[in-house]
Design a binder for this molecule. Sequence first.
Ligand SMILES: [Zn+2]
Length: 290
Amino acid sequence: MVYDNYKNFLSILFFLFFSTANVQMSVQATTILIDPGHGGDDLGAVSSFMEREKDTQKDNQNSKKLGRVYYIEKELALEFAKKIYKELEKKYSVYMTRSFDNTISLDERAQMAEKVKADLFLSIHMNSSAKSSSQGFEIYYLDNHNDVAVRKVENVENRRISGSGSGGDIVNDSAFTDPIVHKILIDLIVERTVISSRKLAFEIHDELKSKISYKYNFKDRKVLAGVFYVLALSKCPAVLLEVGFISNHNEAMKLKGENFQKEYAKAVASAIDRYLKIADSGKLGFVSNQ
Ligand SMILES: [Zn+2]
């Protein structure tokens, strides 16, 4: 009798172990698509500053020449995306919309989200402003809003909706150019994804605030709602990260830093871990399109 109870106990343990394993399995099966903004003939934002050359010859400090250094959004976006990829691939199935410098339209990026059956979509960008003092990080999720400042960012990031350099016909996003259809489509996608996307945005925000903001004197410009086609077209919980301002010289140099990039990527990855734990517990109510 005691033996039977022991056997039951063991089988319950066995069951618990494997049901836990299943939960972990479903987290591991999560597919994340990272989208480095712009690329190829679409440079994104560009800034340049006069800087002293890096000191390679320590014996001759005075030989460091002043030269113009360029900061290009498409290049920095790819650097950050690769760092985030490296962090996430340890646990999840991760893809990138581009892993080198090629031209790719917003529509093609979204098609990739469908192809790989992305559960999460992260679009990576660098911010820019005519005001050189503008600085800090922003995190956008898809939702309607009445914010004039956000509209400026949207205009920049939505420019290449059909701008494939290959000259190919863009069919899928033509619906988005009709204002009425566009509004209905956006509303439908917002309805399906907004709770998850907003939660993901806030998790990333909180992590960046606690791990990066103070250490690097990096301004918190908060979580914002925006209508970004690439987020809408991806049709899954998605955020657009404006990592920082390359129009601000101090910030541009910060963004180029290897350690800064790594720590930013780590913060994003641990925010995604936290988000997925919440999503996996069913508390967000998002119904996957798969
Ligand atoms: Zn951009």
